[in-house]
Design a protein around this ligand. Structure first.
Ligand code: BEZ
Ligand code: MG
Length: 548
């Protein structure tokens, strides 16, 4: 072994071990759903403890509730579940925490606990079928807002003129800053332009966190009118901002466009305001780009400042997910082009006050995406992540692939995790690894799914296909991920037996997806492994033919 400067290498080793330890903790502490929700069934004792612990880890200043310290939460919540509030308060008193501090948390947990016990889902369904009125509740993440309980109700939207709420705007400053710092750390400077994805339900859940992040990146703040409606924005002075204003290209979902029409106007207004500020171009990338475009394309300021895009009126979704799932594509760039075809409709209002309501603006979107250096989406829930549904890759993956062709460089791709104790920004690759370890390859997760039989195998296969979606749109999946999927679900004989008994169709799709990953160049693996996969595929086909 080489004897390089021993102390440094010891320090380096310690730093590496510590980083590894932190990564392990991150995976261990990740809250994951252990199985599908069964309609009408209340949560189990174990699920309840996990959930209460997470709820207790959140500061809620508006309710006068402080979070329990991380190191004591587990014990205290177990004590609460087995012996009640008083016992839990006493046990924390012995650890030096006053009753005044801890009782409010347990009062909150009592309410949540009772509401978790009562499950109105079947009852509400039957009443709804009878045509009775079911009072809706707020839409939110259960941890962020336990008032969503009891379940078995529809979600009501929020007043779009209240978006972003003061709390969401305040919280978002740190997220926007961390995002920019992360990019700067990796690239030595701020990104000049970013592409953001905004969804409707997410902004209902968070009272507009995604919207607030976009406003912060632009360096603007919402302003309320005499009726307390957020109808306009003002610029945050550059010396207060302490960094350049970032150009943001926003793709909003069809649901967002429908639910948040005033917010679409607000975002468009913010871009146009910033474009017209008399500021140095190196501190205002919106103005820089708009002026460049006016000069190069001989277009007017109104056209050069279009940044809010969605589907044509009445249309929803990108269809990128369907194209990937059905393997109906030859070249990756087709996926990005499809994204733009579906989403190149501009919304806002021009300088003469004329509404732009879904005007086709393909050239404007192409130009705007060509400058993008980073793409980003806010993740605000513990329940649904990158590989649970195909919507993340259709949107964030779709826009990233569109940028790659137009900017002639793959953008840096980031996600936030605004529900953890500290704001966390991760790259897409980091998030895919974390999701894979915490869910797809985690026995707690897949055994939870397999309890549901046929549907559980379909869920496992879905996760692998959604992971594949991140290869197709962003080349963000490491080889080991596919290798471990094959080892865990197909090369373990007893596991393969279980899958083929429960659901040979999904087992077959899973094998095919892995072969597709190799065929399209996303999984570099020995021929012997592929041979084994083809054998399994053939035997599943024989089985399916026998069944049919
Ligand atoms: C939305 O809430 O905007 C949304 C929901 C599902 C898929 C995509 C977007
Ligand atoms: Mg690769």
């Amino acid at each position: 072994m080489k004897s390089v400067a021993k102390n440094t290498s010891r320090d380096e080793r310690d730093a590496k071990v510590f980083a590894l330890y932190e990564q392990l903790l991150e995976i261990e502490q990740r809250l994951i759903p252990t199985g599908l929700h069964v309609f009408g069934r209340a949560s189990s004792a174990g699920e309840k403890i996990d959930l209460l612990k997470m709820i207790a880890s959140f500061d809620r200043p508006e309710a006068g509730v402080r979070s329990l310290p991380e190191n004591l939460a587990d014990e205290a919540v177990r004590e609460f579940v087995s012996a009640g509030t008083d016992a839990a308060v006493r046990s924390l008193e012995q650890k030096g925490l006053s009753e005044a501090e801890t009782r409010p948390v347990f009062v909150l947990l009592e309410t949540v606990s009772t509401k978790l016990q009562t499950n109105n889902e079947l009852d509400s369904l039957v009443r709804a079928l009878r045509g009775e009125f079911i009072e809706p509740g707020p839409g939110a993440d259960i941890i962020q807002n336990p008032d969503i309980l009891p379940t078995g109700r529809n979600t009501h939207a929020i007043n779009p003129y209240g978006v972003p709420s003061a709390a969401a705007f305040a919280r978002s400053e740190a997220v926007a800053n961390s995002l920019l710092e992360r990019y700067k750390l990796e690239n030595g400077r701020y990104p000049e332009a970013m592409a953001l994805v905004l969804w409707g339900l997410d902004n209902i859940k968070t009272q507009g966190e995604g919207v607030a992040q976009a406003l912060w990146l632009l360096g603007t703040r919402p302003v309320r009118d005499a009726l307390n409606r957020t109808t306009t924005v003002e610029a945050i002075p550059l010396d207060h901002l302490g960094r350049p204003r970032i150009d943001v290209v926003m793709t909003v979902s069809g649901i967002f466009r429908d639910l948040f029409s005033p917010t679409v106007q607000l975002l468009d207004k913010a871009v146009r305001l910033v474009a017209q500020l008399d500021e140095p171009l190196e501190s205002n990338y919106v103005r820089k780009h708009v002026l460049q475009q006016v000069e190069h394309d001989a277009c007017d300021l109104d056209d050069a400042a279009v940044r809010v895009f969605s589907n044509a009126p009445g249309n929803y979704g990108t269809n990128v997910n369907f194209m990937v799932m059905d393997s109906q594509w030859e070249r990756e760039e087709t996926l990005g082009d499809l994204f733009v075809t579906r989403k190149c409709f501009a919304y806002g209002r021009d300088s003469k006050g004329r509404a732009i309501e879904g005007r086709e603006a393909r050239v404007a979107m192409d130009r705007a995406l060509a400058r993008v250096e980073a793409t980003y989406q806010n993740i605000d829930t513990f329940e649904i992540g990158l590989t649970d549904v195909d919507h993340y890759f259709e949107y964030l993956g779709g826009v990233s692939k569109a940028v790659e062709k137009r900017a002639k460089a793959r953008p840096a791709i980031y996600l936030s995790d605004t529900l953890s104790r500290d704001v966390k920004i991760r790259t897409l690759e980091e998030t895919v690894r974390l999701e894979t370890r915490a869910k797809t390859l985690n026995p707690k997760w897949y055994e939870g799914m397999l309890k549901h039989g046929f549907r559980g195998v379909a869920e496992i296969e879905n996760h692998v296909s959604n992971t594949f979606g991140w290869s197709a749109t962003a080349d963000a999946v490491d080889d080991w991920i596919y290798s471990e999927v094959a080892n865990t679900f197909l090369f373990d004989e007893s596991m393969l037996e279980r899958l083929r008994d429960l659901n040979p169709h999904s087992a077959h799709s899973l094998v095919q997806r892995l072969l597709e990953a190799n065929g399209r160049g996303y999984w570099d693996v020995e021929d012997s492994v592929l041979e084994k996969l083809r054998d399994i595929s053939r035997s599943l086909e024989d089985q399916l033919e026998g069944v049919a």
